[in-house]
Design a protein around this ligand. Sequence first.
Ligand code: SAH
Ligand code: SF4
Length: 354
Amino acid sequence: MKAIGEKEMVDFLSGGDDARLYSLADEKRQTVFGDEVYLRGIIEFSNVCHKDCQYCGLRVSNRGVKRYRLHPDDIVRAADLVAGEGLGTIVLQSGDDFGYDAIEIGSVIERIKQRHDVAVTLSLGDRSLDEYAYWRDCGADRCLLKVETGHVKLYERFRCGESFKERLYRLEGIKRLGYEVGSGIIVGLPDTDLFDLMRDLLLLEQLDLDMIAVGPFVPNPDTPLANAGQGGLDQAFRAAALMRLLCPQANIPATSALDAISPGARMTGLKKGCNVIMPSFTPDQFKTDYAIYPGKNTSEMTVQAKLRHVRTSISDMGFVPSSAKGFSPRREYVEQGSARCPAGDHACGKAQCR
Ligand code: SAH
Ligand code: SF4
């Protein structure tokens, strides 16, 4: 039986009963993850990108960005810092930057895995499946590749002719390689409405994901979408809460785009179904150049101070900031050949799911 019907989804997305939606989502998150909030340290190691996505400040046509590329040794050093602070997952993210070949990235993954008992997540965009296969052999555990929008025409327009089919094909290929897989959407892209959003959420449900990111659109003044309206905060919260109801066992981050729209909103997301926070560990001299949208990485605090603040805020909300690797509990059942947890919505609590 479906967790929630389409009519109910539309009602919730229109703000029909926020109190009930958030309370259901919070209850579901609590059942699966308890009080734990997983922390992932993200290293945005290059802002070089050969793509031209209309929504993103790193697009190749944006000449106003000071481009940087971290040396592999510096990426490993940043990873040392994440692990040294006791975080269980390192996320390596960049623009679609072919300046690093597969072997260079592979060696960074191997070095991190040799030095630390952490999960490594890749968010590198449209690299080939051969490369993703190689990186899996090097020890990478997870992969993020957002569909951004399930509206094919808009996808192809906003990503300047990229093929939606190819993105899905790549996502399915990554899944077959044995990665834990994440995807997601940008909520409130121009020319989308509430029904598009509902269809997007159902698409994400169908994709059977381990991680799902649904963050609001934040217009960037240096892009062709500069004058578009920003994604609604409530819409993004409702979308995340609905995702929790549709996919109870997925890891759902409270995205940094929430904070860009309204400082503090990321923490509020934890009460609305989200269970992951991803503090940036990008070295201070580069972090503001990772200018995907305004308000990204603008905190003047050091990495350590920021992390302390995040941990305190999580504790103040009654949650436990967790150092666990934080695999999605559904993995165990996927590995046993069944896509769904036989126990329903309950976290199994076994070591390999932590
Ligand atoms: N280059 C890789 C990963 C880095 S981009 C890729 O594109 O997959 C990381 C994410 O930033 C994208 O997936 C997109 O969802 C998000 N993003 C880009 N521009 C944005 C904007 N203006 N508002 C909100 N999210 C944005
Ligand atoms: Fe490049 Fe990713 Fe930004 Fe697109 S969203 S321009 S691929 S960094």
